[in-house]
Design a protein around this ligand. Sequence first.
Ligand code: ADP
Length: 374
Amino acid sequence: MEHYLKQELYELIKSDSKIFDFIQKGSLDGIWYWDLEKPENEWMSEKFWTELGYNPNKMPHKASAWQGIINQDDLNLAIENFNKHCSDPTHPYDQTVRYIHKNGSTVYIRCRGIAIRDDKGKPIRMLGAHTNITEITESKIEIEEINRQLNEKNKELEQFTYLTSHDLQEPLNSIISFSSLLEGNKENLDEIGKKSIEVIVNSSHRMKDFIIALLEYSRIGKQKVKEEVNIIELIKNLKTDLYDIIDKNEASINYIGKPLKIQAFKIDLIKLIQNLIINGIKYTDTETKPKIVIDIKEHTQHYEFSIKDNGIGIAKEHYDKIFEVFQRLHTRNKFSGTGIGLSHCKKVVELHGGEIWLTSEIGKGTTFYFTISK
Ligand code: ADP
């Protein structure tokens, strides 16, 4: 049963043509009605032409009128869809086509239509609508272009970081070996000489740490295909790799989640978890034995990791800052580091379509959370 207002509207349109005029003028669409038995004849509403910059009163109701100003490749696409729609009503006659506006600019039109068929199913008329989607299409094109440029710039930057850090290693290695040589013979130096050589050796080692961290940072995302990662094995291997730091700090690392196997960029994921564990061990008071607890919760669309420590904690006002490159909260005398670790983590998480955040209590500890999409 049709709604009574719809029925009423049908009757009104039949009895009063002004109602139809109102509908076609009020709608955002241009309307067209095509005689498929005499395909040169096509009626087009005013809006059809005003959107293209033409005076509707001066335009003939002929299919040739629009076929002359539509982009010819798009006309071919429309004809192809038209033919398919005529032989198969379920194939939609619906496409975005480009028209040339009277002022020469391009107008993007979404053009849809439905064939009206006789008793035998032969299409005899076609009724359709034109919607001007130029604004949306142009913004989309602009965004795509900006994205393309951004990606290009990002790649250039990564390349630059990689090359400079790679090339810087060589002279730095020379400085390290020669200053270490001098350090080995420092009894021949006076006090100033001894102090200077100590500073050079320390600084050049710190510089090497920076360069290695930068190199690793620029390498993120090199793996193109995800692979299966067995979490239990990953944690076991990490404990072996981190044996020295675990042993020295009397730290414990426990995984309390399920024995999951997940799809991920393995090398990047290892580095991410490793960075968070090392930070959890590093940022503790000397008298505290670090306890790291790792958990993973499985959700429908993603996995949520948590890495909890019993360290010094982080003040709320620093929650965002610490994820930026080179941002550190302590002097290097208290805790050594480059300030790249967490930005590295963030980049890896984003690569996996996830997010990273934390909760923390000063003096009690911090929990870092991150998600990895399935
Ligand atoms: P780095 O450890 O090399 O300084 P990160 O980017 O890994 O660099 O960390 C940035 C800063 O965030 C650190 O300098 C430290 O102040 C703070 N931080 C990171 N992890 C923790 C943690 N688990 N507990 C307390 N502070 C932390």
